[in-house]
Design a protein around this ligand. Structure first.
Ligand SMILES: Cc1ncc(COP(=O)(O)O)c(C=O)c1O
Length: 450
């Protein structure tokens, strides 16, 4: 066993060391060789070393090098080396983090990491939390607590009775609501199409002056960090209005909430602490391995009421029971890497990670503007949107950049116009990576313009 695991570690290290020199997207040939991983299920066992070799030889070249410094697609963080190491150790532990009795270490790390996160993100002291797969499930979990609370106030027990015959809940979202939040609403029976959509301004921020009148039971969903522009809904103006209406306020802060940990960007998150719940990703800006997100709920009782489950065999200890906070019962110990990242970075390291990546986004924007291209958003965070003239030209540049392989950037529609999205979210990105990637993008733009 020792040799096998050492071999895996050696292969992993070799893979990570090779990322700087390889193309970011895999070649078509590498992807087509993946079919050799299939075929009929073997009748007899295969030697573990051979299994590992096959996985590395065929699998590694077919990965996307998002763990390296030149991947700017979606909002994908890298994984800090300490979190990869912690992940490997936790893999060896193979803990079931659902119950304290099945993993005291996972349970302890959840409590410690939650306390640190509440502190560094300036959320209300005593806020409860749940370790889930990502912001989609964090939105789901927090909104389940919201659904419980607003219906309980209306005299309805949604966990016992379901939504049949329940008082209708008004759900208010910004027009640029992230699709994952709508997905969470559908899973909760709150419906994607019955939401009240509030118009947004040119950066995608909910307009406080366009907020309709509404009454409880209601849930108002703010966004801290628009997936395209990085913009923040104005919590300062909207929270008091929502509060007066008796609404539960939820903040989808998948990546933007991390701005609270960086002194130069913390103003963007002003007054988000007035909310009742927050969704956060750790696999994005905290740079822990996939998958990892956290739901925070100010009123822990609302969270545990929405996630309650009991059976005689499930040992209930006196402290915080992890599975009473999450949709899942059995799950991996995600807090291990979150704890390791925070313990390693400390307050100053986390601030530096956020600030550095924001500065690199600014460097991208500056270089693109200097070359004569239109940056479409106000680059307040780590997101840059750029047009290369018109939608057709922009799509051609995106295609050329992806084919070139020096870096990877995706596309989006921004105010009915195609745009290239650049999201700088990884500890591994250096100034050199930005300059090298910028040169590749400008080269592709020049070629596409010919
Ligand atoms: C604002 C926002 N919310 C939610 C999500 C969904 O996150 P995940 O894919 O981790 O579930 C994202 C992903 O980019 C996001 O930007």
């Amino acid at each position: 066993m020792g040799d096998l695991l050492a071999n895996a570690a050696e292969r992993g290290v070799r893979y990570l060391r090779g990322l700087g020199d390889r193309r970011v997207s895999p070649t078509a040939a590498a992807v087509s060789r993946l079919r050799d991983l299939g075929g009929p299920l073997p009748n007899e066992p295969t030697d573990p070393e051979a299994v590992l070799a096959l996985l590395d030889d065929l699998g590694s070249p077919a990965t996307v090098a998002s763990a390296g410094g030149r991947y700017f697609g979606f909002v994908v963080g890298g994984a800090l080396p300490v979190t990869v190491a912690a992940n490997w150790l936790a893999g060896a532990w193979d803990q079931n983090a659902g119950l304290t009795v099945s993993s005291p270490i996972a349970s302890a790390l959840e409590e410690i990491a939650l306390g640190w996160l509440v502190d560094v993100l300036a959320l209300p002291q005593g806020t409860a939390g749940a370790f889930v797969t990502g912001a989609t499930m964090a939105n789901f979990t927090a909104l389940a607590a919201a659904r419980h609370a607003v219906l309980a106030r209306a005299g309805w027990d949604v966990e016992a009775q379901g939504l049949f015959g329940a008082p209708p809940i008004i759900v208010v979202v910004g027009d640029h609501v992230h699709v994952s939040l709508l997905k969470a609403l559908t899973l909760l029976g709150l419906g994607r199409d019955r939401v009240v959509r509030v118009p947004v301004d040119g950066e995608g921020r909910m307009r406080a002056d366009a907020l309709p009148a509404f009454t409880a039971p209601a849930i108002l969903c703010l966004q801290a960090g628009n997936v395209n522009s990085g913009a923040f809904d104005p919590a300062r103006e909207i929270c008091p209005i929502a509060r007066r209406a008796g609404a539960w306020i939820h903040v989808d802060g998948a990546f933007g909430l991390w701005a609270a940990a960086a002194p130069s960007r913390a103003h963007l998150t002003e007054d988000v602490d007035l909310a009742d719940s927050w969704a956060l990703d750790a696999h994005k800006w905290l740079n822990v391995p996939y998958d990892s997100g956290i739901a925070f709920v100010r009123d822990g009782a609302a969270l545990t009421a929405s996630m309650a489950a009991s059976a005689a065999y499930l040992v209930q200890q006196t402290g915080r029971e992890p599975h009473l906070h999450t949709p899942e019962m059995s799950r991996r110990a995600r807090a291990v890497e979150v704890w390791a990242a925070l313990r390693h970075l400390g307050r100053s390291g986390l601030a530096d990670l956020v600030e550095r990546t924001c500065c690199y986004a600014g460097r991208f924007a500056e270089g693109l503007r200097r070359a004569g291209y239109r940056v479409l958003n106000d680059v307040v965070l780590n997101q840059v949107l750029v047009s290369f003239g018109n939608s057709e030209a922009t799509r051609r540049v995106i295609e050329a950049v992806q084919a070139d392989g020096t870096c990877w950037a995706g596309g989006t529609l921004w105010r009915n116009e195609a745009a290239m999205r650049l999201s700088v979210s990884s500890w591994a990105t250096t100034e050199r990576d930005i300059d090298r990637s910028l040169a590749a993008i400008l080269r592709a733009a020049a070629q596409a313009g010919r």
